[in-house]
Design a protein around this ligand. Structure first.
Ligand SMILES: Nc1ncnc2c1ncn2[C@@H]1O[C@H](COP(=O)(O)OP(=O)(O)OP(=O)(O)O)[C@@H](O)[C@H]1O
Length: 305
């Protein structure tokens, strides 16, 4: 059984009368990449700040690396790194020099700096000053600087936020590398389930301060429903045929689309029945519900469940 790195129990945080977190309990074991998903304001940053001791709580218990109590937690936090607070980067310095300054403070060798540059895909940035970096490069440098102290547990607040698709892929690969090459346990957040779908080993869905769902990567596929997607210019007529076929679980999505949630194996015969009834079928096929739709379904967004 892997060691428990974080055990948070019933964490509650009030801002005045507003409950930013409501009895959130999460357990993270060594080697996990835990993805905390939630819309803006769901409480992700608040939770991360509490873990790092940046804000205090009156309700709830926390254990880090088996340590509890103020002193124990302080000790445990030395084994942790975070990107919640924007780190002090020197805008006039290169990536290498930024890390060298921090390495000198932290007693880390120059060889380690080179390794961090490689790990974060920053080796090629040469003489470019940090102030001229793209958002992705800045984010990677920020993470590199938190790695100077060699943390065992890393907390990354929205590491893919604002990045373009290739930047997101790059960030995912880097986070994966942190785990495989350095054995770092990671807690990270995003407001998009899709963005973390390929890296996180575990997920927690935070909604209005409550942890409303938790599942492992393997369960993800079963969470998203399969259905038949039908596109036709004659939705009304198609609905009559579906009724005749005894299909009850379907939804008219818009003027041209119907989603059918049963008899998936009968897609060919449904198609035949529609065509025989002279219905213009533009497209029909089995597809899987998107992760974001599942997320919206959980958080009460508009979608058919
Ligand atoms: N210092 C504060 N004082 C008062 N309310 C706060 C404070 N910090 C956060 N909140 C509120 O607590 C709730 C949770 O905020 P939090 O920043 O943790 O959400 P989040 O999920 O990280 O969202 P975002 O991605 O927008 O940062 C929000 O309603 C926010 O307005």
């Amino acid at each position: 059984m892997a060691e428990t790195i974080l055990k948070a129990t019933n964490i509650t945080k009030l801002y005045g009368k507003h409950k930013a977190l409501d009895k959130v309990s999460i357990e993270i074991k060594r080697g996990m990449i835990y993805g905390m998903i939630g819309e803006n304001g769901a409480g992700k940053s608040t939770f991360m700040r509490i873990i790092m001791g940046l804000i205090t709580i009156k309700e709830g218990d926390m254990e880090l690396f088996g340590e509890t109590g103020m002193k124990g937690l302080q000790l445990a936090r030395r084994k942790m790194g975070q990107s919640i607070e924007t780190p002090a980067l020197y805008p006039e310095l290169t990536a290498r020099d930024n890390l060298k300054v921090q390495a000198a403070n932290g007693g880390v060798s120059e060889r380690e700096v080179e390794d961090l540059l490689r790990l974060m895909n920053l080796s090629h940035t040469g003489k470019k000053k940090a102030k001229n970096f793209s958002l992705g490069m800045r984010q990677r440098l920020a993470i590199a600087s938190t790695l100077i102290t060699n943390p065992e547990f890393l907390i990354l607040d929205e590491p893919t936020n604002g990045l373009d698709p290739s930047g997101i892929v790059e960030m995912r690969e880097i986070i994966q590398r942190l785990v495989t090459e350095r054995g770092i346990t990671v807690l990270l957040s995003s407001h998009l389930l899709d963005e973390l779908s390929q890296i996180a080993t575990h997920y927690g869905i935070l909604h209005e301060g409550k942890l409303i769902s938790e599942f492992a990567r393997e369960e993800l596929a079963t969470k998203t429903r399969q259905y038949i997607e039908l596109e036709t210019t004659e939705v009304q007529k198609a609905v009559v045929i579906l009724d005749e076929l005894g299909i009850k679980d379907y939804a008219v999505i818009n003027g041209t689309e119907i989603s059918i949630y049963e008899q998936l194996e009968a897609v060919a015969s449904i198609n035949r029945s529609l065509v025989l009834a002279d219905i213009n079928v533009l497209r029909i096929g089995v597809t899987r519900q998107k992760l974001e739709d599942y997320f919206l379904q959980l958080t009460g967004g508009a979608t058919h469940a």
